[in-house]
Design a protein around this ligand. Sequence first.
Ligand SMILES: NC(=O)C1=CN([C@@H]2O[C@H](COP(=O)(O)OP(=O)(O)OC[C@H]3O[C@@H](n4cnc5c(N)ncnc54)[C@H](OP(=O)(O)O)[C@@H]3O)[C@@H](O)[C@H]2O)C=CC1
Ligand SMILES: Cc1cn([C@H]2C[C@H](O)[C@@H](COP(=O)(O)OP(=O)(O)O[C@H]3O[C@@H](C)C(=O)[C@@H](O)[C@H]3O)O2)c(=O)[nH]c1=O
Ligand SMILES: [Mg+2]
Length: 300
Amino acid sequence: MRILLTGISGQVGAALLPVLGRLGTVVAADRARLDLARPQAIAAALDALSPDLIVNPAAYTAVDRAEDERDLAFRVNAEAPGAMARWAAARGVPLVQFSTDYVYDGGGTQPWREDDSTGPLCVYGASKLAGEAAVRAAGGPHLVVRTSWVYAASGANFLRTMARLARERSELRVVADQIGAPTSAALISDALVKVLASAQDDIAGRFAAASGLVHLAASGETSWHGFAAAIVAGLRARGVPLKVEAVTAIATADYPTKAHRPANSRLDLGRLSTVFGVTTPDWEAALQPELDRLAAELRG
Ligand SMILES: NC(=O)C1=CN([C@@H]2O[C@H](COP(=O)(O)OP(=O)(O)OC[C@H]3O[C@@H](n4cnc5c(N)ncnc54)[C@H](OP(=O)(O)O)[C@@H]3O)[C@@H](O)[C@H]2O)C=CC1
Ligand SMILES: Cc1cn([C@H]2C[C@H](O)[C@@H](COP(=O)(O)OP(=O)(O)O[C@H]3O[C@@H](C)C(=O)[C@@H](O)[C@H]3O)O2)c(=O)[nH]c1=O
Ligand SMILES: [Mg+2]
């Protein structure tokens, strides 16, 4: 089986690259081989790459910048996955498309279930939701994997931002009224390989059993403030010299950003376990190996 993997310079793609090889031959496609900003060129590129399975974590992920780059965000996050899905559907090739908690409007306090209604608050979320719809509309075997708050010891993410600020500043001020599950890229790749392995004999059938949509995130919940506090405590416990003295909980209203973000990003993980038999570790447990790696880097 030839598995096409996009986004290999990103967090999730980089984590998947070394492990997808257990399931087949990985064909890695970076931006030079498959540019998602040029959806019209995708079918020809896929003809040349000739995959039997497509895993597409590549995306436009700059949430605030997307408010000013709507066209580009929609091309990369919606039109390109649509083009991939149409190519795949015509050949019966299964497609795994990643999506986000930002498709929800953030209301309430209960974990979202996959069949709850969506209502993105920002351009990024709307573009990802349009990508989901385009994949579904193509009508081929597909699985949309909605995850949340992705980080890794490397890459551009909240973990590294907090680690940098904690060395530069005496106080971190972080929103405590947005609740979700920080999810490491390593957790996502472990769980996705289990999903694909459990489905291997009948990928299309298993994807259909999930109605083509599944939440996949760490278990448990916290706020961005709780995540920041765990990062600071964890780095300090590992001997990383930090300047920070206080991690202060603030309200979203006190941290104005261009894009609006959901207050409630909790994802119900029931379908992941009932359809695929996969459960995920608690967010704080999954954070520890990433802190080990980051602390080793920062201690030099
Ligand atoms: N990051 C997060 O917090 C969350 C992410 N998600 C979703 O999970 C998936 C993986 O995210 P993550 O790994 O964190 O993303 P990253 O931002 O770490 O990586 C994005 C990847 O997409 C690639 N990419 C961007 N634009 C293009 C393009 N025009 N053509 C080809 N490749 C492109 C980047 O390549 P290059 O290096 O060339 O720019 C990079 O490899 C995405 O679908 C995202 O929407 C869901 C929830 C949370
Ligand atoms: C840096 C910083 C951020 N914040 C807030 C802003 C925001 O509400 C929250 C997280 O900040 P970020 O900019 O990392 O968040 P953001 O880039 O919006 O993260 C999102 O990325 C996309 C791709 C997703 O799909 C989402 O699941 C989510 O992970 O923390 C503070 O309160 N204080 C700070 O010092
Ligand atoms: Mg960000």
